[in-house]
Design a binder for this molecule. Structure first.
Ligand SMILES: *Cc1c(COP(=O)(O)O)cnc(C)c1O
Length: 343
């Protein structure tokens, strides 16, 4: 039998709602949200729209559904969107834009800092010629792989898109982490984008949900697509209440996750067989010497430390969140220490 995970660094999606969040969910006022009768959902959508400086918002069941709905709000069949090779909306969403939206992806390599080179964006925008798909949208992501793109870069990339007649979408699944790291309000980060998708179920700790914000016409279109995708829900204020609770209680504390990630990264970096990328936010990537990778992975697992690993355990991802505290970080570093002792 394998040891149960005691300190779960696999992802910030593993958080479980605590008693106060559950109490807020249990006492939520609800109605049929497809009839727009659920006051708690409406309050969540309005709260996020206001926080992001946009006209309107729509509650969705996941970040994947939110990105797809946004892409379909911007693009018609046969349109093209420019997106990073590493972007969630391109790589990790089952090809949904193509499968369900008939939207043609134009991926570009992400630079080491996570950005797309402005010159490549410019060059890849197709001329108006019947050979080509119509380039319609630039989709960016912040944070991307835990890295923060600067506001100056976002302004430059979106200005280029606008100059060339493209719409802009931000996959802001972890935009509150970006805002925390940049010490800027989320409204500032959202300002240059037509739509922004925000996850409630990552670092914010809600069990379910994303919200897409943008202009009233785009969000009205998104609402129609959401229904078509089977995402129109009924007394869903029970979930929206968790999102409202998270916005009130779990945003300020993201700074703690970032501090814990840094402590973890600095601790792991002290071992010669680990190559650690210093984190901007709450995600730490570690490259492990191939000779010890499987053994190190098994040692961590045997000590109840959960992480995500790939490529024969040579690539590790550690994510901090509200259910792993300073003690969890210390215990993880102690487990690493006991592995490397005598090696
Ligand atoms: C997790 C994530 C999503 C998708 O969210 P799900 O709720 O898992 O569908 C989208 N974009 C980014 C950047 C993410 O990290």
């Amino acid at each position: 039998m394998s040891t149960p995970i005691q300190h779960d660094f696999r992802s910030d999606t593993v958080t479980r709602p605590g008693p106060e969040m559950r109490a807020a969910m249990a006492s939520a006022e609800v109605g049929d949200d497809v009839f727009r009768d659920d006051p708690t959902v409406t309050r969540l959508e309005e709260t996020l729209a206001e926080r992001f400086g946009k006209d309107a918002g729509v509650f969705l069941t996941s970040g994947t559904q939110s990105n797809l709905t946004a892409l379909m709000a911007h693009c018609e069949r046969g349109d093209e969107f420019i997106v990073g090779q590493q972007a969630h909306a391109y790589r990790w969403e089952g090809g949904g834009a193509a499968v369900l939206g008939s939207i043609h992806p134009q991926p570009l390599s992400n630079q080491p800092d996570g950005s797309l080179a402005l010159s490549e964006i410019e060059e890849t925008i197709k001329p108006d010629d019947s050979h080509f798909a119509r380039t319609r949208l630039l989709a960016l992501e912040n944070t991307i792989g835990g890295k923060v793109l600067s506001h100056a870069y976002m302004e430059a990339a979106t200005a280029l898109a606008r100059r060339r007649g493209l719409a802009t979408h931000l996959d802001g699944a972890r935009v509150f982490n970006a805002a925390t790291a940049l010490k800027m309000p989320v409204a500032t980060l959202a300002r240059p984008f037509d739509t922004v998708s925000v996850c409630l179920s990552k670092g914010l700790g809600a069990p379910v949900g994303s919200v897409l914000v943008g202009s009233a016409p785009l969000i009205a279109k998104a609402r129609r697509t959401r229904k078509m995708l089977g995402g129109g829900l009924r007394q869903v204020g029970i979930l929206a209440a968790a999102g409202l609770y998270a916005l009130e209680h779990n945003v300020q504390r993201l700074a703690d996750d970032h501090a814990n990630a840094r402590t973890l990264a600095e601790g792991l970096a002290s071992f010669g067989q680990l190559k650690v990328a210093m984190p901007d936010t709450n995600i730490v990537f570690v490259e492990v010497d191939g000779a010890i990778a499987e053994a190190f992975s098994a040692h961590l697992a045997a000590h109840g430390i959960g992480i995500t690993s790939a490529y024969g355990a040579t690539k590790q991802r550690w994510v901090t969140h509200l259910d792993v505290d300073r003690t969890a970080v210390e215990n993880a570093l102690n487990a690493a220490r006991s592995f490397f002792a005598g090696r």
